[in-house]
Design a protein around this ligand. Sequence first.
Ligand SMILES: Nc1ncnc2c1ncn2[C@@H]1O[C@H](COP(=O)(O)OP(=O)(O)OP(=O)(O)O)[C@@H](O)[C@H]1O
Length: 327
Amino acid sequence: MTASNTELDIQNLTVSFTANGREVTAVNGISYKLNSGETLAVVGESGSGKTVSALSLLRLIPQPPGRIVSGKVLFRGRDLLALGDDALRAVRGNDIGMVFQEPMTSLNPVLTIGEQIVETLYAHRNIATPEAREVAIALLRQVEIPSPQSRWKCYPHELSGGQRQRAMIAMALACDPGILIADEPTTALDVLVQAQILEFLQRVQQERNMSVLLITHDLGLVANSAQRALIMYAGEIVETGPVRDLFSKPRHPYTMGLIESIPRPGTKARRKRFHEMKGSVPALGSLPSGCPFHPRCPSAQQKCETEKPTLEAIEPDRQVACWYPND
Ligand SMILES: Nc1ncnc2c1ncn2[C@@H]1O[C@H](COP(=O)(O)OP(=O)(O)OP(=O)(O)O)[C@@H](O)[C@H]1O
């Protein structure tokens, strides 16, 4: 990839939270690039720092208790972490859209779906109301909400879960962003609706050459939707690479464990399930010494208990933080 392909360049991002007078590091010095037109998945178990790292890109973590300790988020040569509030607001929504797992947290319950899209169009693109109404209905049609002419007068609670999710996606796409950050966008939905929404997102992405940062704990979703992935554990990236390589030859024992946890019909008896591995993601305030994964790692050796591995390139476009990566 050439430098001009890079849409977002995240450098050494560190984010902390203070609770009970104690500051703990939730995201610890992560660096990665999001390239033009790709879907990059950020994967890990609950508490690994996926959401905090994504929200921090647009300075959306609550500050306090959160704090962006250090790092840069370069977007078209500008550091989003150093932008003034007005300039950052212009980037949010206009250039970078966001969708979340629970649409009710980002939809306004007292405005109709149509009014909310019109407001977005007016605020970001300065489109006057009559025209914005047409654009809003067209967007609802594009996200395949049935009868958009009448549904646009619905309040969020009057729509089904899948329709609410589509409405939020319509809002996120209203300003034609070059980048979409999608945090568990389909986790709360049933499998059929999930598949429809993912298919729709992929189509829009291709039509618009949009880059997608997909935050998920679901490796099945990653296999179907992303070209590259970052695996996060305890606030750090432990492995990166093209999705097909990560699946065919995981190098970090944690990635292996995640892949083995994907349920496959008929193979349950033969495969070791991830939930059978000992332990869980450590509490941030009490990380183990050495490699943070070592207490759960089936391949851990003495060095892993005392010395922390750093993320190293092992092949072009492939990095791993492990003293004894799988061959
Ligand atoms: N508002 C907050 N106040 C205090 N600590 C927080 C807050 N938000 C996140 N954290 C800390 O950051 C850690 C990482 O949270 P994050 O939401 O990024 O995890 P995640 O990998 O996205 O998990 P999930 O899939 O459950 O959302 C949490 O375990 C928690 O310790």
